[in-house]
Design a protein around this ligand. Structure first.
Ligand SMILES: Nc1ncnc2c1ncn2[C@@H]1O[C@H](COP(=O)(O)OP(=O)(O)OP(=O)(O)O)[C@@H](O)[C@H]1O
Ligand SMILES: [Mg+2]
Length: 240
């Protein structure tokens, strides 16, 4: 059973759906990535997964538990963590303090978990006493990811973890994402950079205009005519 299952999820901000009948599964040990043009509904999907938006239809399950109608604050307890694209750290708090307040749902010793995370994220270990607001953008993103990992989630949802980063730091972040997947975690990433997504992911979904236009193993997706899909010139298999 995949750690995350979504079945025909339809959601939006008002009465009009933005995403339609989306079914995405994510398995532990795998990186499942959502790509697609601007406005395709990628962030809307991420927000729906984590309960910020409630679906109009469909179901979301984490470890077989239906979280679809659960209040947002209860969802982390069921093993789902979310890292939003912006404003994802407490800038006036130190790196360590940011991690401490991320540990609220974790059973066991937060200090020990912080040490584990410092092994995975050496940049953060070096900067442990620094105010988060003084870190580089890339380091802040890593801190936000580490904070979400304090809760030891089964599923982590990352919305554009490499947006605005230098190519070098983008590689660092993707290396860390690969390590996270190995920690018995299902990783769901929203990514702007198609090349990176295809290189680092196991499964890729391409959203176009609020629909899951096509999905499959990264290798299969790499073989498609992606420019046509992104420009909306290619019909999905359902529509064809
Ligand atoms: N808070 C909101 N209220 C109303 N409509 C919104 C809101 N946020 C996004 N939308 C609309 O929903 C659609 C999908 O937006 P969304 O942010 O999910 O796209 P995206 O695929 O994440 O795009 P990007 O690549 O630019 O991040 C867009 O048409 C957008 O204008
Ligand atoms: Mg977005």
């Amino acid at each position: 059973m995949p750690a995350l299952q979504t079945e025909n999820v339809t959601a939006g901000y008002g009465k009009t759906p933005i995403i339609n009948e989306i079914s995405v599964d994510a398995e532990v040990g795998r990186i499942t990535t959502i790509i697609g043009p601007n406005g395709a509904g990628k962030s809307t999907f991420a927000k729906t997964l984590v309960g910020i938006l409630k679906p109009m239809a469909g179901r979301i399950l984490v470890n077989d538990v239906d979280i679809t109608r659960m209040p947002g604050h209860q969802i982390p307890r069921h093993g789902l963590a979310y890292v939003p694209q912006n404003d994802n750290v407490f800038k006036r708090m130190s790196v360590r303090e940011n991690l401490e307040i991320g540990g609220f749902v974790k059973k066991g010793d937060p200090a020990a978990r912080i040490e584990e995370l410092f092994e995975i994220f050496p940049d953060l270990a070096k900067a442990h006493a620094k105010k988060a607001g003084l870190l580089s953008g890339g380091q802040q993103n890593l801190l936000a990811i580490a904070r979400a990992l304090m809760a030891n989630p089964s599923v982590i949802v990352l919305d554009e973890p490499t947006a605005g980063l230098s190519p070098a730091y983008t590689s660092v972040v993707w290396e860390q994402i690969a390590r996270i997947a190995q920690l018995d975690t299902a990783v769901v990433v929203v990514e702007q950079n198609v090349e990176r997504a295809l290189k680092h992911s196991d499964l890729v979904h391409i959203f176009v205009a609020g629909r899951d236009h096509v999905h499959g193993p990264a290798q299969e997706i790499s073989a498609l005519d992606l420019p046509s899909i992104f420009l909306g010139r290619s019909h999905s298999s359902e529509a064809a």
